[in-house]
Ligand binder design. Structure first.
Ligand code: IMP
Length: 433
């Protein structure tokens, strides 16, 4: 007899450069799960969810917090800006959302004010560098420096340290002493004793939520509870497999789940990838299908493509099937959730990239090295657009024929079925494909 029970573990990951609409998809799956786990990144991510017409923007807390009774777990692979976390907890509570289910790994790392200043300092240095690649265009949320300190070890602060004021004082004194002189002498740099005092206070506030989340996840799975893993940022921003160095500083693909949540890869049963019907990118870095000018502006406005975290206008591009195939391969996704299809209404033709031209040679392989990827030219195919409103449509069959053709074309080129199609921001504007 085939096993028809639903998978105990599902992961939802972004297949492009972030902002694919993972929040909405996670929110949809969350109600069928007992816990949602965030395993990487920090306040650089931004998830926007619209529930009953109310808009929620979350940066650190897993979107599962909006599903009553679902545990929201911030696991060890994350870097936490404690002030942002507390702000988010309090904002949710002010809107009547129960946050009792939120727990935080004792081994997650803390983003300190020094990390944010260092992030900004390095971006300034890079902008002035003679290398034409220039600055990374980070969110300046201290993500890179916090992960760098994690690797350095001697200057890192972990969540468990928040509960030991003496350890905190020592660690922060060293973090301050080892910081570059520009950061140390910056008038905005708080003295280490002040940071230690503040973090100890934060520790007292967060104490009831701090735990060993590896054991917690294991306990949940042993009790046959369903656990959802929510990736922040996205595959093409993954530090090992994205468009390095224009990436974030964690493993943002499904490959980061094991280390970032303390779970064996053997226990991850289903992996769902989220992709937009076109592409966007925030910050710098190669973007082979980028659309400049008026058409890009039209799509940006229709899709409200402005960063949840920084408010920056997102760069817009055609769907890159070379990149999508790569992301599907790397994550070995079971299915794709395609979002923002409604935004393409009225764009005719819709173009997609099926291969790259690199120095006169055609390739259908993605090139994760930024300098090389900057040299490719996209091989674009034009597909007929659709003009009818699709926001109220509830089945794939009821979509306009050209929209259906677009979905089939993507499935054929990605080699993966589309499971859900999002045709609007609201929870119910989703088609089970
Ligand atoms: P960092 O993560 O702040 O270091 O930024 C590194 C790069 O990743 C920048 O180009 C950011 O704009 C980008 N980035 C990081 N997180 C996200 C995200 O959640 N969505 C989109 N871009 C992101």
């Amino acid at each position: 007899m085939p096993d028809t029970s639903p998978p105990l573990t599902t992961a939802v990951v972004g297949l492009q450069w972030g902002d694919e609409g993972k929040g909405k998809i996670v929110d949809r799956f969350a109600s069928e799960h007992d816990a949602v786990v965030r395993y990487n990144g920090g306040a650089n991510a931004g998830h926007t969810i619209v529930v009953d017409g109310e808009r929620f923007a979350l940066h650190l807390i897993p979107s599962g917090i909006l599903s009553p009774g679902t545990k929201a777990i911030i696991a060890n692979g994350t870097v936490i800006d404690p002030d942002k976390l507390i702000e988010e907890i309090q904002a949710l509570e002010a809107r009547g959302i129960d946050t009792d289910g939120l727990v935080i790994s004792d081994r997650a790392h803390i983003v300190t004010p020094y990390h944010k200043l260092e992030d900004a300092r390095r971006e300034r240095l890079l902008a002035d560098d003679e290398d034409p690649m220039g600055a990374i265009g980070t969110t300046r949320r201290g993500i890179g420096p916090a992960y760098a300190d994690k690797a350095y070890r001697d200057t890192a602060v972990r969540v468990c340290d928040l509960l030991d004021e003496d350890a905190l004082r020592l660690q922060l004194a060293r973090a301050h002493a080892y910081a570059p002189s520009e950061v140390r002498n910056d008038p905005d740099t708080p003295p280490p004793e002040e940071v230690a005092r503040h973090l100890a206070e934060v520790g007292r506030y967060l104490r009831p939520r701090i735990t060993d989340t590896c054991y917690l996840i294991d306990d949940l799975l042993r009790a046959h509870k369903r656990v959802l893993f929510e990736g922040a940022n996205a595959t093409l921003l993954d530090i090992d497999h994205g468009t390095y160095p224009f990436v974030t500083s964690s493993n943002a693909s499904a490959l980061g789940i094991s280390a970032g949540a303390g779970i064996s890869p053997r226990r991850i049963e289903r992996i769902v990838g989220v992709a937009k019907a076109y592409c966007t990118r925030v910050g710098k870095g190669p973007f082979p299908t980028e659309i400049e000018g008026e058409l890009g502006d039209t799509i940006r406005t229709a899709g409200n493509e402005f960063g949840t975290t920084t408010g920056r206008p997102r760069r817009i591009g055609w769907l890159d099937l070379v990149a999508l195939r790569y992301a599907c391969m790397l994550n070995d996704v079971d299915s794709i959730c395609l979002t923002m299809l409604d935004v393409l209404r009225g764009i005719d033709p819709i173009r997609v990239c099926v291969a790259y031209d690199l120095d006169g040679h055609r390739t259908d392989r993605f090139i994760p090295d930024a300098r090389t990827l900057m040299r490719v030219r996209p091989v674009l195919v034009s597909l007929p657009g659709f003009h009818d409103e699709i926001r109220g449509i509830e089945t794939r069959e009821a979509l306009p024929p050209n929209a259906r053709h677009y979905l089939s074309y993507i499935e054929e080129h990605a080699g993966v079925p589309i499971e859900l199609v999002s045709v609007g921001p609201a929870r119910e504007q989703t088609i089970v494909a």
